[in-house]
Design a protein around this ligand. Structure first.
Ligand code: FES
Length: 174
């Protein structure tokens, strides 16, 4: 009797992903100076917007780098995630100036529209809701950041509009 908890389909998926990661590393010629680009491609192709530990180890091995170097990059740059995230990470500023302009209400607005709680990801893997510290737009607080875009003076209507626009973008990309 087989005691493995990994099904054949899961094993094939892991092999497929391993080959995909190797192809990304090869595309950049296994060059150490391409570490950021390699990790970004691995994250973008993960389907869950993050770099899993196992692939960080493969990168370290293939580039002949210490794993600590790869970890340093993954934890230093805000653009990298080491846990599964939605395609769009919504970061709501919780620093004091935004807090006094009702950042908590903004969290509640996004929770309402998305049907998830802070720290969670929507079932379609499109949005993750998180807190962040000051993003430098205190004059238009309360503020939320999605990728490089900063949205201020948020109201329930504006939040619904923002989410609809991202869902529209996503639909267009399919
Ligand atoms: S305190 Fe929120 S953007 Fe600065």
């Amino acid at each position: 009797m087989c005691c493995s908890k990994v099904t054949k389909d899961q094993a094939l998926e892991i092999i497929k992903r391993y080959e995909q990661v190797l192809a990304i590393i090869s595309k950049y010629g296994k060059a150490k100076e391409q570490l950021l680009s390699i990790l970004l491609d691995i994250q973008a192709s993960s389907g869950e917007n993050y770099v899993a530990e196992v692939w960080a180890e493969v990168v370290a091995c293939q580039l002949d780098l210490p794993i600590t170097k790869v970890h340093d990059v993954l934890t230093f740059y805000a653009m990298f995630n080491i846990e599964p995230r939605g395609q769009y990470v919504i970061e709501i500023c919780k620093s004091t100036p935004c807090h006094v302009t009702k950042a908590d209400a903004v969290v509640a607005m996004f929770e309402e529209v998305l049907g998830i709680k802070l720290g969670q990801t929507t079932p379609d893997n499109l949005f993750t809701l998180m807190h962040t510290s000051c993003v430098g737009a205190c004059d238009i607080g309360p503020v939320a950041k999605i990728g490089d875009e900063v949205y201020g003076n948020l109201t329930p209507a504006k939040v619904a509009e923002i989410i609809a626009s991202y869902r529209g973008v996503s639909l267009c990309q399919k």
